[in-house]
Design a protein around this ligand. Structure first.
Ligand code: PRT
Length: 289
């Protein structure tokens, strides 16, 4: 039977979120040998467990049909892969950061910023592209880990590393200067699947798409005086329009609808202003439009 192979991170920041997304979409795996691969029991799908930086190559050479990794890994490796879906987790930025004391020397008229500096990074290709584009001449020191300690031990003057909360930079006395690349986890492929695998992929996308979309909405139910229904439609466009059900007290109705997460609190505020009561909020498991 034809099976779609997806390479995912074996363990690390992306592995749990990737697995949760797949499980929430209803895929069930036989975890016989988590160290190498897992077969899906209820869908023609197979997971290959790899280090995240190896995923772009495994997809590019056809060993795996698809991969899930950060856009940073793909850009650094330089493989020509097709981004199929943004997955909304693993968000970070690749930034150049310098020791605090260097900022004060720059402020008092030091060398032109970054020119002539030694910059430590695990992302030499993305950094080199940035430096070339900006016409900056700096030496790249390639490190595979613990980049943030490089200025403190004298290996480099600055660093270029992934940042999410910024607390690692702070702990090491570094200040973020330039954000040079933004990344999130993505599903990628070569765009050269057989017809059969392409059909499986489309089915797979419908299932994970329903989970990704559901995360952007909340389901709400509330009570409202019947006379205030006309005020609702401006506040609650919903997917089409809110569902309104009569209550035992004929002056009141129950209203249910979905609200976009990004305008959730603003919407709740407006609903309270028009007299909505007993607002019940529920997460949505899957949403198919
Ligand atoms: O072992 P394997 O090779 O699979 O993984 P890894 O050790 O290279 O990767 P891992 O698990 O650390 O990260 C996998 C992916 O997560 C990265 O390729 C990014 O796409 C994404 N990601 C998102 C991050 C971060 N946020 C992140 N903050 N990857 C690393 N970091 C590190 C960063 O390097 C720095 O050391 O976290 C530290 C900074 O974090 P803050 O929160 O203090 O700013």
């Amino acid at each position: 039977m034809t099976t779609l192979k997806i390479a995912i991170q074996k363990s690390g920041r992306l592995s749990e979120k990737t697995f949760t997304l797949l499980e929430n979409a209803g895929f069930q795996f036989e975890m016989t040998d988590r160290s190498l691969m897992a077969k899906c029991r209820n869908f023609p799908l197979e997971l290959l467990f790899l280090r995240t930086d190896d995923i772009p190559e495994i997809v590019a050479d056809g060993t795996s049909d698809l991969g899930i990794c950060g856009q940073n890994s793909i850009a650094e490796k330089g493989f020509d892969l097709k981004e199929i879906e943004k997955l909304g987790f693993g968000k970070c930025r690749l930034s150049i950061a310098v020791p605090e004391k260097l900022i004060s020397s720059f402020a008092t008229g030091g060398e032109p910023f970054l020119n002539g500096m030694r910059i430590a990074t695990s992302y030499p290709n993305i950094l080199q592209n940035y430096l070339t584009e900006k016409g900056i001449s700096a030496e790249i020191i390639k490190l595979s880990g613990s980049v943030e300690i490089a200025p403190n031990i004298g290996t480099a003057d600055a660093i270029c590393d992934l940042v999410s909360t910024g607390s690692t930079l702070k702990m090491n006395g570094l200040v973020e200067q330039e954000e040079i690349f933004f990344s999130e986890s993505v599903l990628v492929g070569t765009g050269n699947l057989s017809k059969e695998k392409e059909n499986i992929l489309q089915d797979f996308l419908i299932r994970i798409g329903a989970v990704l979309l559901a995360k952007k909405f909340k389901y709400i139910v509330m009570n409202l005086e019947r006379k205030d229904i006309p005020k609702l439609t401006e506040i609650l466009p919903g997917l089409k329009s809110p569902t309104i059900t009569s209550l035992a007290d004929e002056n009141w109705v129950s209203v249910s609808t979905v609200v976009e997460e990004k305008i959730f609190w603003a919407t709740i505020g407006k609903l309270k202003e028009i007299g909505a009561e007993g607002i019940l909020v529920q997460p949505i498991e899957k949403l198919i439009i």
